[in-house]
Design a protein around this ligand. Structure first.
Ligand SMILES: [Zn+2]
Length: 101
């Protein structure tokens, strides 16, 4: 018995269906790209969009770490946290530089 295969839209390889994430909006219920290709594309996107990732990380500080709901976070607070995180990172980088020299 042969298991059903699907061609990845990115790498073009025929792969077993479990190699594709689910996507209810598509006719076959699966994403067009395989999991490894998706992972590479997602990582590339994160590297290309550092500001988005900083904002996401800051928002998670309030939702995940502090237990707030998105609607309860005052406007502008996430942006303040992004700035604080940047300052903290800058101080860490400066200290690291002082230790190396
Ligand atoms: Zn692929």
């Amino acid at each position: 018995m042969t298991q059903p295969l699907k061609h990845c839209a990115r790498c073009g390889k025929a792969k077993p269906l479990p190699d594709f994430n689910k996507d209810a909006s598509r006719a076959d219920g699966l994403r067009g790209t395989c999991k490894p290709c998706r992972s590479i594309a997602d990582k590339a996107w994160r590297l290309a969009n550092p500001e988005h990732m900083l904002r996401k990380s800051a928002a998670q500080y309030f939702t995940r770490d502090k237990g707030l709901k998105n609607k309860d976070i005052p406007p502008g607070l996430v942006e303040v946290k992004v700035m604080l995180n940047k300052v903290t990172q800058l101080i860490t980088d400066i200290k690291k530089g002082q230790n190396e020299s």
